[in-house]
Design a protein around this ligand. Structure first.
Ligand SMILES: *Cc1c(COP(=O)(O)O)cnc(C)c1O
Length: 396
């Protein structure tokens, strides 16, 4: 290995690229990983270089270090992006993407099923800056054209929807948006670029909460905003203006997660799909919201556009009292009640979209639960849930 393959990764397949992207051991004394560079000051060799920066790769700590650039480069390769910027969290990746594209006096379209803190940012910060948000039915495909106004410049998307898993027709929405010179943003956290390559499907700026599957360990907060050629410079300049930067240890952990992300996702996919089918057969369950299930209303779009599904899905129970639901969930031994998913452990969370939806009506037979299926033994998980359903029935 006279030269590390990172210099010409394009000819390799995805899993090989995940192993080699964004690192060059021979620039690091032969050590396999790019180390954690900590630093604010960057020194220049002379006045000429300081003034003209002809050979300078790094200028100041907030503008990136070799550790940060390693993950950004690797992610751009994976996502098919021209540029990636690391942010301190997934939500920061969303707000950076919006601040890159929004201008005072314009109108933006956001799906009603969007990650709730995204909605909060639109309703508070963007509103104060004179940007108006219309929430739209996530099931609108090309019919979204009817919601365009002369000043509509941004269409935000997220597929599947947070908590409720509606599939969006991203290519159809992107075609309508681009015909009107609007920019398309997507929160792709659920699928990651491994299961949905965003930019080749019409997304201009894409968001990934690396906190979830890039980390895989519930021990990291990081976000990635990637852009195609058209928006690359504007994204980098906006991040630079905010000095929006991730910490060096966090970038290092993100790089470590990247190497095993494909394997972990495949296993989350397999386990979650089996659990989803198991739930479908349970008499206590009215519906399972998982686009990879043939019975799911979004299945056709998922099958056409996505290469896989991840470990997160929801179920709707048949009518049950709050006490019965609490008896079921509180007694689970292997499912933690927690929000940030994507780690090795299983999670459960009750939710009720009626509290915040504005463009669509959420109708469900009974209480809704979101599950993240971790890497535990499936029979152990089923036994835990079986006992939970026993408690549900006993309390109802
Ligand atoms: C978790 C999540 C985020 C935010 O990520 P944080 O790192 O927790 O800020 C954004 N979008 C989606 C879909 C998420 O699930």
């Amino acid at each position: 290995m006279a030269q590390h393959p990172s210099a010409h990764l394009d000819r390799f397949r995805e899993r090989t690229r995940l192993v080699h992207a964004g690192r060059d051991p021979f620039e690091q004394h032969g050590f396999v990983n790019t180390p954690i560079y900590r630093g604010s000051t960057v020194l220049y060799p002379n006045v000429d270089e300081f003034l003209h920066r002809r050979n300078t790769k790094f200028t100041y700590g907030t503008q990136g270090t070799p550790t940060i650039r390693s993950l950004e480069t690797a992610w751009s390769g994976l996502a098919g992006a021209a540029e990636t910027v690391l942010t301190p969290s997934g939500l920061a990746a969303i707000t950076l993407a919006l601040m890159t594209v929004c201008e005072a006096g314009t109108h933006i379209l956001v799906p009603d099923s969007v990650y709730r803190p995204t909605r909060n940012f639109c309703d508070t910060v963007l509103r104060r800056l004179g940007i108006e948000t219309t929430y739209y039915d996530p099931l609108l495909g090309e019919d979204i054209r009817e919601l365009f106004r002369p000043n509509t410049t941004v269409v935000f998307t997220e597929a599947p929807g947070s908590q409720t898993f509606e599939m969006q027709d991203i290519p159809a929405i992107a075609a309508v948006a681009h015909a009107r010179d609007a920019v398309v943003l997507m929160d792709n956290t659920w699928a990651t670029p491994l299961f949905f390559p965003p930019h080749e499907n019409g997304v201009d700026i894409c968001i990934e909460a690396g906190t979830k599957y890039l980390s895989g360990g519930s021990d990291l907060l990081i976000g990635l905003t990637s852009a195609n050629e058209t928006w690359a410079k504007r994204l980098r300049d906006t991040a630079s203006a905010f000095a929006m930067c991730a910490g060096p240890e966090d970038a290092f952990l993100g790089l470590r997660g990247l190497r095993t992300m494909a394997l972990r996702l495949k296993e989350h996919e397999r386990q979650a799909l089996e659990m989803a089918r198991w739930f479908e057969a349970r008499p206590e369950v009215a519906r399972v919201l998982h686009p990879a299930l043939e019975t799911d209303p979004g299945h056709a779009i998922w099958k056409r556009d996505f290469k896989g599904s991840s470990g997160l899905f929801s179920i709707i129970l048949n009518p049950a009292s709050r006490e019965a639901l609490a008896a079921m969930v509180d007694g689970l031994e292997l499912f933690g009640i927690g929000a940030s998913w994507g780690g090795f452990e299983s999670l459960v969370l009750p939710f009720d979209p009626r509290a915040y939806r504005t463009a669509t009506r959420w109708e469900a037979e009974g209480p809704a639960l979101r599950f993240h299926i971790g890497l535990e033994d499936l029979d152990d998980l089923k036994a835990d849930l079986e006992a939970g359903f026993d408690r549900l029935r006993a309390t109802a």
